[in-house]
Design a binder for this molecule. Structure first.
Ligand code: GLA
Length: 385
């Protein structure tokens, strides 16, 4: 964190030739279980992680926004006096523009800023680098213009930016946990009421994330397609969202839907159930149950929701063999590549690392990245003095 801050400060001074006034941080996240349930008004169980996006900023006297991203070494500039258009050149800037638009919608007095973005959240890995970017921009606006916006509303405006401006129809999980994460805890989030229960991560258990480094170009279109299939199922079942459906109801209506839509609904209904059970299991430090639930979740994502890829399945298999039901492992995030998450006894972490190093590259042709994470608090202003 310190080095990210230092980097943001130095890059700001080099690029804008004066000193930044304010620093904020927003974390990425890992979802322990509850995948593709958020937009079905269901349950998710993520924690914010100690990989984050830092923004250094200063207010300007006009309505210009100048922004540099250190990760891509690219910069963009736009004016808040005109309706904001999509940037064709810089995909990352659309997240920034989208948040400006949707915060401005509630607080029209926001004005120009100089910004430097610096992040160590792995990009495109299913660890919510986009939510960390959105939430860090919104938190900067909140601080710089003294906005009274509540954290849940801030998360919702960021989601809106991604839905309406960027064009990915994501749910609320990522923006929510990046805003409201709790140190050393995972949060069971009811994505309908937005109520949360925090569950401490048991001592002696490590959160291990392994990035398959599979990059998939179709994430957004596949994601939006899954969402539409879930909506179709809900429509056929005459429920508002799949959260309101049961396996009984689904079975009774099986003949009214395609096999694909049936399988998508089965994933969501069973995953909601697993997520509630997983929160209970973790509360009781019952790693054996957690292990079973994570295994079933992966299986369901692979066969029913069809969002895993062979390299990710291979990673899960390698880690499962080490854990031998003393911990759980599954793919995490939207799918089509990205990361797996393992909850493992700390003394097993080295064994997992060694097994992955030994087998993954030869079996998949790809080299993994390995992270041991800690759960951290949500977005905040950093006192950098
Ligand atoms: C992405 C989306 C989330 C959620 C997950 C899948 O991360 O941004 O809203 O739907 O995929 O659980």
């Amino acid at each position: 964190m310190k080095s990210l801050l230092q980097k943001a400060r130095t890059e700001f001074e080099n690029f804008f030739h004066y000193q930044p006034q304010c620093f904020v941080r927003a974390p990425g996240r890992v979802n322990l279980i509850g995948e593709h349930t958020d937009y079905n008004d269901g349950f998710v169980f993520p924690c914010a992680i100690d990989y984050c996006t830092v923004i250094a900023s200063s207010k300007r006297q006009d309505n210009q926004v100048r922004v540099l991203t250190v990760n891509f070494n690219e910069n963009d500039e736009f004016s808040l006096d005109k309706p904001l258009e999509h940037s064709k050149e810089h995909g990352w800037s659309n997240y920034v523009r989208g948040v400006f638009i949707h915060i401005k919608e509630l607080y029209p007095h926001i004005a120009g800023l100089d910004l430097v973005i610096c992040s160590n959240v792995p990009l495109g890995a299913g660890l919510s680098s986009s939510a960390a970017l959105e939430v860090s921009i919104a938190t900067t606006l909140k601080k710089q213009f003294n906005l009274t916006i509540e954290p849940k509303q801030l998360a919702k405006q960021c989601q809106k930016a991604e839905n309406k401006f960027v064009g990915c129809n994501c749910g609320i999980m990522d923006q929510f946990i990046s805003t409201l994460g709790k140190k050393d805890h995972a949060l069971l989030i009811d994505c309908r009421s937005l109520e949360t229960q925090s569950v401490p991560l048991p001592k002696g258990i490590s959160v291990v994330i392994v990035n398959s480094n599979v990059k998939h170009g179709l994430v957004s279109s596949e994601y939006n397609a899954r969402r539409e299939q879930c909506e179709e199922a809900a429509h056929i079942l005459h429920v508002n969202k799949l959260r309101d459906a049961t396996m009984d109801l689904l079975e009774k209506n099986k003949s009214k839907m395609s096999d694909v839509v049936y399988k998508r609904a089965r994933h969501v209904i069973t995953e909601n159930d697993r997520t509630l059970k997983a929160a209970d299991a973790l509360r009781l430090n019952d790693l054996a149950t957690m292990s079973k639930l994570m295994k079933q979740s992966h299986h369901s994502m692979k066969n029913d929701f069809e969002i895993t890829v062979p390299a990710v399945d291979t990673l899960v298999e390698i880690i499962e063999n080490v854990l031998n039901e003393q911990g759980g492992v599954r793919m995490t995030g939207g799918g089509f590549g990205g990361c797996v998450v393992a909850l493992a006894p700390t003394e097993q972490v080295d064994n997992i690392r060694q097994a992955v190093e030994k087998e993954y590259e030869s079996r998949s042709g790809l080299k993994e990245s390995f992270y041991v994470c800690h759960a951290v608090g949500g977005a905040e202003v950093i006192n950098a003095s």
